[in-house]
Design a protein around this ligand. Structure first.
Ligand code: ZN
Length: 149
């Protein structure tokens, strides 16, 4: 990775860490899940609006280190409008990125977190939001059934 690219990645992470996108409550959400990374103290609450297997909106609240907040922020941007199938593929690719530094075309802007793999203690910060989302989507009891009119 070139120095310029590394700097650009750093700037994006700092920007998303300080000014997270899609931060706040989501009244139309039908999945809610809390995630916690005790190693670092990162806390996250995800609100997901899903219909017919498509994640229409994701918002989050919480507090934590720059990596955890930036990863959650970038995740909400990247996964909006994706199907659960797509999200599964992106999840796997993202996991490879932050654990092994292996990048993939489907990651797009998420590639800025590639440097995380050099800091194993930070991997849990970067993946917290993702594991929380996976759990949120798997939790069927939280699914709201919309009545047909
Ligand atoms: Zn952290």
């Amino acid at each position: 990775m070139s120095a310029e690219l590394r700097e650009l990645y750093q700037e994006t992470i700092i920007d998303h860490g300080r000014h997270p996108r899609n931060f706040g409550e989501l009244l139309t959400a039908n999945h809610h899940k809390e995630g916690f990374n005790p190693l670092c103290g990162d806390k996250i609450m995800l609100h997901v609006q899903e219909q017919d297997g498509v994640v229409e909106k994701i918002k989050f609240e919480g507090c934590g280190c720059a990596i955890s907040m930036a990863s959650a922020s970038l995740m909400t941007e990247a996964l909006q409008g994706k199907t659960k199938q797509d999200i599964g593929d992106i999840f796997d690719a993202f996991h490879d990125l932050v654990t092994e530094g292996r990048s993939s075309d489907i990651l797009g802007k998420l590639t800025v977190l590639a440097g995380v793999h050099e800091f194993p203690v930070r991997v849990k910060c970067a993946t917290l939001a993702w594991h929380t989302l996976k759990a949120a989507l798997a939790n069927d009891t939280n699914t709201v059934t919309t009545e047909e009119t």
